[in-house]
Design a protein around this ligand. Sequence first.
Ligand SMILES: [Zn+2]
Length: 133
Amino acid sequence: MPVFTKGNRLNSILPIRCPRCHKGKFLVHPLSQIFKITRVREQCDHCGVVFKIEPSFYYGSMYIAYALGVAIMGIVSILYWMLAPNFSVLACFAWVVFSLIAMSPFLNGYAKIIWANFFIAYEPETADQNTND
Ligand SMILES: [Zn+2]
């Protein structure tokens, strides 16, 4: 069930669904299986769009992962600065590193779906069709 208006990219990004139809699964394994590497499916199981546009396509998602990592670093640093009774740069650094390691599967998965949304547009007519019928 989409939360935002139809065609809004957040309907694809937040639940990690196909950028074209917003219904098919994008990753092979759900992010809840954090010890599995976040692999992208070959194509959408709902509309059939090919997710791997070219070889090594998702290397570009590292730029997105970097930006998300910097955002997490900033948020964790500010939270530590606000909540810790005695500020320590070393402890703040440890919290940042721990947070980035703990959230790395989510960073990787969200970076890939955001990257795919740059190149695959939403097509409302594909949301109603199903290639498996
Ligand atoms: Zn699809």
